[in-house]
Write a protein that binds this ligand. Structure first.
Ligand SMILES: CC(=O)N[C@H]1[C@@H](OP(=O)(O)OP(=O)(O)OC[C@H]2O[C@@H](n3ccc(=O)[nH]c3=O)[C@H](O)[C@@H]2O)O[C@H](CO)[C@@H](O)[C@@H]1O
Length: 352
């Protein structure tokens, strides 16, 4: 009998790309199904891989007051019902959840169907979705070693981050050609999290006059954040989101400016790219990125800038410092243990 697995997770790419990394390895021997929301980023990313996709209704779990908070519990309940019948029909061996609010109904429905549920948490502290979901899970896998303290001891396993294989085999020259960049000038890659980062986009763009004297800049600015007036600027390329070309563009990048989303920064670490991180501030998050960035700074992998006080001058100076000291950051990353890929450990636990 073919082994079957249901994946879930969505809302932003960080709740999807780790699933894709695992799916790549399971495709050959497992029958794979994905339950996500009807319109989230996960739908496009998963369907592009020709995986059976089921859209369910899902409510957003908010930490702030909103009239929708009264309607959304009913959507979540509706999602549990839909997921329950989908899972009952598929009869999977296991369910793997990467979190995000759409995963909650799926995890509950899996538990109701008595299917073992495994959850992965990328950040040091669990998000609201995973805090609810972990009560229904058999095992909890975590990216950060420090995260183990925030989960029930009997369930938690430190595995590291599942990283897509293709990201680790990018070709520098192909990346430079795709970007239309020269090999004689360093490349700064800016990744603002999968949904972009408006404030950093603005400060980076107004620093370009200075930055482009020393660097070529490739800017992943997020959906709806392209600046048409900057098209054609020599040494500057902007994209809303890169998929197939990302491995080559990463290989062509010398240093990275980024938010501090867990998956992205572990990918940069695996590729040994010195980083400048600007974590999402507390006023618009639970502070998970601040903890992620602090952990990397403590290990000497990055510099941190504060989103609230970010200025052009500070950004330019920090980029220049990290570029100047780049080999020191790379040495520390090379010396760090277990930083490449959590895939093997997770696969072992799932397939057991
Ligand atoms: C706003 C928000 O809530 N952000 C959270 C979200 O971030 P977000 O969804 O931005 O996730 P991450 O930064 O962890 O990962 C982004 C993923 O998208 C990929 N990518 C990005 C841009 C692009 O053009 N192409 C591409 O493939 C990256 O390679 C990476 O695999 O989940 C992370 C993991 O739980 C958290 O740490 C973040 O705090």
């Amino acid at each position: 009998m073919t082994k079957k697995i249901v994946f879930t997770g969505g809302g932003s790419a960080g709740h999807v790309t780790p699933n894709l990394a695992l799916i790549d390895h399971l495709k050959k021997d497992w029958d794979i199904h994905y339950i996500g929301s009807k319109t989230g980023i996960e739908k496009d990313l998963v369907e592009a891989q020709n995986i059976n996709y089921y859209g369910i209704s899902s409510g957003k779990l908010r930490r702030y007051f909103d009239l929708k908070n009264f309607k959304d519990p009913f959507k979540v309940l509706g999602g549990v019902m839909q997921a329950y019948f989908i899972i009952k029909k598929i009869k999977p061996t296991v369910i793997f959840s990467k979190g995000g609010f759409v995963s909650v109904p799926v995890v509950i429905a899996g538990w109701l169907n008595r299917i073992p549920v495994y959850i992965h948490e990328s950040d040091i502290t669990p998000g609201l979705a995973n805090r609810i979901a972990m009560k229904f899970a058999s095992k909890l896998f975590v990216t950060f070693e420090e995260a183990a303290n925030h989960f029930p001891k009997e369930k938690v396993v430190h595995t590291g981050a599942p990283i897509r294989d293709k990201l680790l085999s990018g070709r520098k020259q192909v990346g430079l050609e795709f970007l239309g960049f020269k090999s004689s000038k360093p490349v700064l890659l800016m990744m603002g999290g999968s949904l972009g980062a408006k404030k950093i986009n603005d400060v980076l763009r107004s620093s370009l006059n200075d930055l482009l004297k020393k660097f070529q800049v490739v800017h992943l600015c997020g959906k709806g954040h392209l600046a048409p007036e900057m098209e054609g600027l020599e040494g500057y390329r902007q994209f809303e989101y890169l998929n197939e070309e990302l491995p080559d563009v990463l290989a062509a990048s010398t240093i990275i400016l980024s938010r501090a989303g867990s998956n992205a920064i572990f990918e940069f670490l695996a590729l040994k790219k010195p980083m400048i991180l600007i974590p999402l501030p507390l006023r618009s998050s639970r502070g998970d990125q601040i903890l992620n960035a602090k952990s990397f700074k403590q290990k000497g992998f990055c510099e941190i800038l504060d989103d609230d006080t970010l200025s052009e001058d500070q950004l330019i100076k920090t980029i220049e410092k990290v570029y100047h000291d780049r080999y020191e950051y790379i040495d520390r990353m090379n010396a760090a243990p277990n930083t490449t890929n959590g895939i093997e450990k997770i696969l072992k636990l799932i397939t057991k």
